[in-house]
Design a protein around this ligand. Structure first.
Ligand code: E4P
Length: 218
């Protein structure tokens, strides 16, 4: 499973990239607003730090403007994935960009039917939002299971399932069990994956016992 970080915070991106376990970055207009930085130079900076896909989202909702914005975004760097909403206009832009060899991330996916359309439009990624479905008492993870099953039925579907709106480690673990290709997670959720109280307890005991040997490896 690939890990993308869902943030526009450069410090977090640098820190997580330094682990060697980060495969990409996703941003959205909300995250850009939170960063307080200029969009295009920020995406350039992120693309310099991370060699994997970096999602940069269009701001417009109509086809013509979205298409022009996409043209600017795709030229920022080879690893930009242009992010478009799952709307008729967004999927039209997706199909054109994908046919031309640009990675597209189709965002705001909330149903298996929408995911089928994204795959038919040639998206590199579809982003089903698990947390936001959970928030309205719907089962976000069952959407992931449905999409993975559907995509496995069609070898011509090359779209990767990018689990989005991740709120906690179990979203990642359960999605991995289903075979989702990617999870995009807030930085704190990625950091939580490391944690287990028995790891801390076991390590403390090993450190104490090693001291008793009076030895040094170096
Ligand atoms: C996906 O790419 C989105 O940026 C993101 O996962 C949305 O998550 P949220 O529901 O926490 O805003």
């Amino acid at each position: 499973m690939k890990f993308f970080v869902d943030t526009a915070n450069i410090d977090d991106i640098r820190d997580l990239a330094s682990t060697g376990l980060l495969d990409g970055v996703t941003t959205n207009p909300t995250l850009i607003a939170q960063s307080g930085k200029k969009f295009i130079p920020l995406i350039e900076e992120i693309c310099d730090i991370v060699s994997g896909p970096v999602s940069a989202e269009v701001a417009a909702t109509d086809y013509e403007t979205m298409r022009k914005e996409a043209e600017i975004l795709r030229k920022i760097a080879d690893n930009v994935a242009v992010k478009v909403p799952l709307t008729p206009a967004g999927l039209k832009v997706c199909k054109e960009l994908s046919d031309g060899g640009t990675m597209v991330n189709v965002t705001l996916c909330f149903s298996p039917a929408q995911a089928i359309l994204a795959a038919k439009a040639g998206a590199a990624f579809v982003s089903p939002f698990v947390g936001r479905l959970d928030d309205v008492s719907m089962d976000g993870l069952s959407l992931i299971a449905d999409i993975v099953t559907i995509y496995e039925n069609y070898t011509d579907f090359t779209t990767e399932v990018l689990v989005a709106s991740v709120r906690h480690p179990l979203h990642i673990v359960e999605s991995a069990k289903m075979g989702a290709h990617v999870a995009t997670c807030p930085p704190d959720v990625i950091r939580k994956l490391y944690n287990h109280p028995l790891t801390d307890k076991g390590l403390a005991a090993f450190v104490e016992d090693w001291k008793k040997t009076g030895q040094s490896i170096l």
